[in-house]
Ligand binder design. Sequence first.
Ligand SMILES: [Mg+2]
Length: 382
Amino acid sequence: MPRWILHVDMDAFYASVEELDHPELRGKPVIVAGPEPRGVVATASYSARKFGVRSGMPTAQAKRLCPQGIFLPPRFERYEEVAQKVRAILREYSPVLEPISLDEAFLDLTGTELLHGPPEKVAAEIHARIPRETGLSCSVGLGPNKLLAKLASDSAKPGGLRIVRPEEVQSFLDPLPVEDLWGVGPKTAERLWEKGIRTVRDLREIPVGLLRSWFGQKGGEALWQLARGIDESPVVPVRAAKSISNEVTYPEDLFEREKILAELRRLALLVADRLREEGFLAQTVQIKVRFSNFVTSTRQTKLPAPTDHPLILAEEAVGLFSRVGVPPGQGIRLLGVGLADLVPATFRPIPLFPDPKLGEALWEVRRKFGPDSLGLGPTGLK
Ligand SMILES: [Mg+2]
């Protein structure tokens, strides 16, 4: 089966999020950067790039190049929030998602045709949905492997969509400068230039034996493959954080047991929502309870198998509370629910738990209408 890999790259991501949140900055030279003297530029808007400002450049140098620039400190939590929205859209089309950074991800669409239609159509749909649903511009590339997908989205920047079909690979690659190939670092590029090799077409004309003698067995073969657009590397779903949690400090301590259990269920459903959005299953449920006297107690339990079933997770959280001895006279000032031992949902085991459909339905309603649309009563949804 031919592979179809999609690459999404948000355009000038941090700067674009700042412009989204502060419309008065739109079109201005916005530069998200760490403070001087040691800070560097994280992202420059396209308008700031006209002044020569680039990411990775010291902030001081950017200020010299673009004194009228609007320099803002990064707000990673906010960028992560937007990145999660983008990833949730992508996961609707395939669970095999590999985030590369907050603003870039690969998605393996191989074999999703029956569910979602031709990958070309899916790519166009994703390319239209991300700006519509996040207010931010993105570039999308689709190709037979990661190398081509990434090069395709690069060539579509900013805001475009580029599809490279298997029969177009060579004509797409040939005119590109060799340094554009992934895996050709500045040193290799320089050695290739010295030999008069500037484009991928030039590189493709060099016999593999000669490449081996120049760059060693492994390096030479890698270059030979890159020049032909060969890249077998898989899209590997990974997760940066090892757990997902949510906690709340209450303005007034909670004393009623019913109220406490209802809160635990509410928090459990919120973390279960996030678990689903990020495409994971959890095998460990944790709770954190802080009493009026600030003493904190935690409990955790390991499930027989990983799950994202919201009802199971909520009932486990409630069950854990019965193992917390609340000291006499103490109220609860903080409650937290966490999920750990996460595995990608692609490894979903055969359902071990009751009512998978009920869990599915609960998630669907909350996703469409928000977390307040459907929760659990004081005794749970039973
Ligand atoms: Mg980007």
